[in-house]
Design a protein around this ligand. Structure first.
Ligand code: SF4
Length: 332
């Protein structure tokens, strides 16, 4: 096997940097998005129903009150460490007694507070500071991962995050989905590729790690377009990437196009082949944070219905790269 693995996994990145696994805690801090509230548009990206891919957003929707950032983090830590303790019987008693007394709970793992839902820099900086610091000062938290849009990153926000980066581990997650402006217009992203590229370059100057999100199978895109997107991304000072398949979620503008027969969905085999081809092209130092998109409730998902495929996709990718005798970045 290629000594570094078939592709550069996030778990390896964390192990090399911190000597152990780091958990990302998905959070919903009550932000909205300028592509929904009317500042950029009111319709949003054509595929977007945010709670479908954000467990924290679902929890907020189902709760009778706004769950604070600190509460979300502590709840997640407690659940996870309890679950891990059950897997290691020798450690169970300590966690059980801690869980009885919530105030005495001391997390044993390292965590990144992942501000996931909507655009998490879309608010005045004093408010952002307050929210981020609630997370950073929660025991066990070693940094942030802040998902946002490239047009929501002005200098003041970058200075704030850059200051944190001197002491904490700070990621930005910037969706772009495609490097092709005609596609970005079609999916109503509300910004072009250059806006994204500029944001990545600026974030780098402030010492931030940037992970981007791309979607394969977007309307009007062929194989070469998807490969080209990765080639364009390679040129930017990016440190991470998440791959997704186009998913049709109930109630989105994409659903209407799908019902009218105006869009096609990739087959499993094509998605696997494209991701493997993209990995071969992807710069070897870019960390792969995700290989396939998920939904947190299948009742929202219209197509593709890949429930079983999703769980085994990482192995399928490794098997395919092994069969080819290739690995990430081999033809970069
Ligand atoms: S930018 Fe993100 S949250 Fe806003 S509409 Fe697009 S996908 Fe949804």
């Amino acid at each position: 096997m290629y000594s570094a693995g078939w592709y550069f996994r996030l778990s390896r990145f964390f192990r090399e940097k911190f000597g152990e696994k780091v958990y990302k805690v998905p959070l919903d801090a009550g932000f909205t998005c300028p592509n929904r509230d009317g500042k950029v548009s009111q319709t949003g990206c054509i595929y977007c129903y945010n709670p479908s891919f954000s467990p924290a957003a679902i929890a907020q929707e189902e709760s009778s009150h706004q769950i604070s950032v600190r509460e979300q983090i502590s709840n997640y830590q407690r659940r996870l460490e309890q679950k891990n303790a059950y897997r290691r019987p020798g450690k169970l008693s300590g966690i059980q007694s801690e869980s009885k007394s919530q105030s005495n709970f001391v997390p044993q793992h390292k965590y990144l507070a992942y501000f996931q839902s909507y655009s998490n820099t879309y608010a005045p900086v004093p408010y952002l500071r307050q929210i981020y610091e609630k997370a950073l000062y929660t025991p066990g938290v070693i940094g942030l991962s802040v998902a946002t849009r490239p047009d929501c990153l002005d200098e003041e926000v970058l200075v704030l995050l850059g200051d944190y980066a001197a002491h904490y581990h700070i990621w930005l997650e910037l969706g772009v989905q495609s490097a092709h402006d005609r596609t970005l217009r079609f999916i109503n992203r509300g910004h072009d590729f250059e806006c994204f590229a500029k944001a990545v370059r600026e974030a780098y100057k402030y010492g931030l790690y940037t992970c981007t999100h791309i979607i394969n199978g977007l309307p009007g895109e062929g194989y070469e377009d998807m490969i080209q997107t990765v080639r364009y991304l390679n040129e930017l000072p990016l440190q991470g990437i998440k791959f997704h398949q186009l998913q049709v979620i109930k109630g989105t503008p994409l659903e209407k196009l799908y019902d009218e027969g105006k869009i096609e969905i990739l087959s499993r085999d094509d998605y696997l082949r494209i991701v493997c081809d993209q990995l071969e092209v992807l710069r070897p130092d870019i960390v792969v944070q995700r290989l396939i998109g998920e939904v947190y409730s299948n009742e929202w998902l219209i197509a593709p219905r890949w429930e079983e495929f999703r769980g085994t996709f990482a192995q399928a990718v490794e098997k395919e790269l092994q069969r080819r005798g290739t690995h990430q970045g081999i033809i970069h």
